[in-house]
Ligand binder design. Structure first.
Ligand code: ADP
Ligand code: MG
Length: 384
């Protein structure tokens, strides 16, 4: 067991890393963050911020020498970096698990090979793969295999010609072509798994997206007990097959009542932010526990919760990214009963950039949802 006041290493300095730093600090640990951005949200809170690229081996040596164990907060850390660090200290999750989650072709193949439910897809490595793709896939979504996030690197394509054009726009990068599914709704499972293989799931959440970016999470999801159990069971199987250690997020589509895995995130998940405010243990504390070999807590959600993401366009006068740049009027949110605001201290707001979120909690799920949606409108988020 790694116990306080040990120093933990975090690869990546985004908001997920920032919440990890807070959780680790509360538990008595120190944290070093490695991230090239001098203004990274996690770096600002860390005991030490190594401002370096993920493949800067001199910085990695220093990082390894100063930390007792290393984890990550984003899936695009090069697998080589994790493989290098593991020669010197424990690294969780392992490079092999991260490698599956960071490449959509590997991810979909993993699901297919393990008999896990997923939508129809084809791996696209060249134009011929598009020409020979099953006609039943269209209309479809073409997604770059690597480095896409928040709906970036995706194109909705009606037919083969549009898919070819989009593939050229993506400069021939390897892609997956997914059948466009008609969704009843989307859910996610956040879980933690320890080295002995013990798993603890958080309750299933429902996720509503806007322009391909998570907008609202409703926790727990108002889905049938059968569907919720099934989602947790599939997420557990994924974690076991990946020999995963740490906090994992699994996104699902629900389509005609059936579950399909959309994608996995080898880190805490945006749809698990509310675990800070609504559960007796957060997804970030579980990440610390799994990394340090402490017993995982059995999460209990004590309040209904709704999380609303705050994106960069809110900092602009028209709420869409145009006009005067100014800070939103946070007093509007602080007046709402049961609302907690979390801001990530990012340097500059760009449209679509995740700048913060708020969570409304309470005993009555319907009232919590109503309050959260009212607060969302009051701060200036509009549905076109
Ligand atoms: P990201 O890595 O950006 O989260 P996702 O693959 O999860 O990418 O896609 C973002 C969102 O776009 C999904 O949560 C869903 O709302 C929508 N979407 C993606 N793929 C499909 C699909 N095959 N059918 C229907 N909707 C989809
Ligand atoms: Mg997603």
């Amino acid at each position: 067991m790694i116990l306080p006041p040990a120093t933990l290493g975090m690869l990546g300095g985004g908001q997920l890393g920032r919440f990890f730093v807070s959780a680790a600090h509360e538990m008595g640990y120190k944290v070093w963050v490695l991230d090239p951005d001098p203004h990274s949200p996690a770096g600002l809170l860390a005991d030490r911020h190594l401002i370096a690229a993920y493949d800067d081996y001199q910085a990695l040596d220093e990082f390894a020498a100063g930390c007792a164990a290393v984890t990550t907060e984003f899936e695009n850390v090069p697998a080589d970096t994790l493989d290098y660090l593991v020669k010197f200290l424990p690294v969780h999750p392992a490079a092999s698990a991260v490698a599956v989650c960071q490449n959509r072709i590997a991810e979909k193949s993993f699901l297919a090979d393990n008999g896990l439910p997923h939508g129809p897809f084809a791996a696209i490595r060249n134009e011929d793969d598009i020409r020979s793709a099953n006609a039943g896939l269209f209309p479809a979504v073409l997604k770059v295999a690597r480095f896409g996030y928040d709906g970036k690197g995706q194109a909705r394509v009606a037919d083969r010609d549009e898919a070819l054009a989009a593939f050229q726009q993506f400069k021939g990068e390897p892609c997956v072509l997914e059948k466009m599914l008609t969704l009843d709704f989307e859910v996610s499972v956040v879980l933690a798994r320890d080295e002995a293989g013990k798993v603890q799931c958080f309750p299933v959440s429902e996720n509503r997206h806007r322009n391909g970016i998570l907008d609202v999470t409703i926790a727990p999801a108002q889905a049938s007990a059968c569907l919720r159990d099934n989602a947790q069971e599939v997420a557990e199987r994924i974690a076991s097959k990946l020999a995963y250690v740490g906090t994992l997020g699994v996104e699902f589509f629900v389509c005609r009542g059936e579950l399909f895995v959309n994608e996995m995130a080898p880190r805490p998940h945006n749809s698990g932010h509310h675990t800070i405010d609504a559960c007796d243990v957060s997804q970030y504390e579980q990440q610390v526990r799994a990394l340090c070999g402490l017993p995982l807590a059995r999460p209990r959600q004590h309040s209904a919760a709704v999380m609303v993401n705050l994106l960069g366009e809110l900092w602009y006068e028209d709420g869409k990214g145009h006009g005067t740049y100014r800070e939103p009027d946070w007093s509007v949110l602080h007046a709402v009963p049961g609302l907690r605001l979390h801001l990530y201290a990012k340097h500059h707001a760009r449209p679509g950039r995740k700048m913060g979120h708020f969570v409304v909690t309470g005993d009555d799920a319907a009232q919590v949802l109503e309050r959260a949606l009212q607060a969302r409108a009051a701060i200036g988020i509009r549905d076109e």
